[in-house]
Design a protein around this ligand. Structure first.
Ligand code: NAP
Length: 282
């Protein structure tokens, strides 16, 4: 048989994008499965986003990831948008199959998978989410769709938290409540607490200003921040007897979901994680 030199192409559009490590995990997963696929880190400024999608079609890309600042704007170039991505109001993964461009959001799915991989179900659970940005919104929607009973959003800017609560209350079976973030706030009774703010991402060494003593023993504490792996938030929660799940779990799982959407093959999460931790020196 003749050798096929044409690789299937994927990548990420973003700006800034130079330090985005997704290439490391996707290329490791492609290699692991013996796939002739490539992942390109592509700088695309907002005014070129439409052209970039035209280029994606013209060059027969199989898929693309979107990072800052394109996750919302990109929705208007899609032929279809996945149901939960519509609720989230942003996409980070695009598939291009048979000429149809479809947008998905894998961030919240990554968080749910990370929690479930650790052996915890979302069904009937109360989840407290600190933050109300893009990651928080995806996490709240997917936790609700995965069967959580109640979502409590705690955020500094009320309007953003209230908007997420409204989406959950009106579009899912879960109940949602917004609480304004005040210094040293007591955490309401919950099964799972997620730090979905960017507080603690290196070089920042801070942690969310909450009353860690109010986190009860056995609570599952999860961080979206993955660098450092053990954040101040997770360390403090662990001191209270909480189970700590780091942000690498979410990062790897959201990448694995993307890999699976693109290739149709199951991703080996351990391979992806080993490549990432080695590349980032974590
Ligand atoms: P974003 O849209 O900018 O939202 C950031 C959130 O953090 C906002 O709710 C903001 O509150 C809150 N916040 C920031 N600084 C704060 C402070 N000093 N005090 C109180 N609240 C503060 O960002 P994002 O896209 O959601 O990303 C959040 C983090 O998640 C980033 O570090 C990102 O790298 C990480 N992330 C990780 C993964 C993963 O796979 N592990 C995936 C996606 C994102 P206001 O609303 O009041 O501004």
């Amino acid at each position: 048989m003749e050798q096929n030199y044409r690789a299937s192409l994927t990548g990420v559009f973003g700006d800034p994008v130079d330090t985005n490590p997704t290439v490391v995990i996707q290329e490791a997963a492609f290699k692991d499965k013996g796939l002739n696929w490539r992942y390109l880190t592509l700088k695309v400024v907002p005014e070129d986003l439409e052209q970039a999608f035209k280029g994606m079609r013209a060059m027969n890309f199989s898929g693309i990831n979107l990072t800052m600042p394109h996750k919302i704007e990109a929705m208007k170039y899609m032929d279809e948008i996945d149901k939960s991505a519509k609720l989230i109001g942003a996409i980070n993964t695009v598939t291009l199959k048979d000429g149809v461009m479809k947008g998905y959001n894998t961030d919240g799915l990554g968080m749910v998978a990370s929690i479930e991989d650790a052996g915890y179900s979302l069904k009937g659970k109360t989840v407290v989410v600190l933050g109300a940005g893009g990651a928080a919104r995806a996490i709240c929607v997917e936790c609700a769709l995965a069967g959580a009973k109640k979502i409590v959003i705690i955020n500094r800017t009320a309007a953003k938290g209230e908007e997420i609560a409204e989406v959950i209350n009106s579009k899912t079976d879960a109940e949602a409540e917004f609480i304004p973030l005040t210094p040293g706030i007591k955490i309401p009774d919950c099964d799972i607490i997620v730090n979905a703010t960017n507080i603690g991402m290196a070089p920042d060494t801070n942690k969310p200003d909450i009353d860690y003593g109010s986190i009860k023993k056995g609570t599952v504490a999860v961080d979206v921040v993955f660098n450092p792996v053990m954040t101040g938030f997770l360390k403090e929660a662990e001191k209270q007897g909480a189970v700590a799940l780091d942000g690498l779990g979410m990062l790897i799982n959201q990448g694995a979901v993307g890999f699976e959407l693109w290739t149709g093959e199951k991703a080996d999460r351990a391979v992806m994680k080993a490549a990432l931790t080695q590349a980032l020196g974590l």
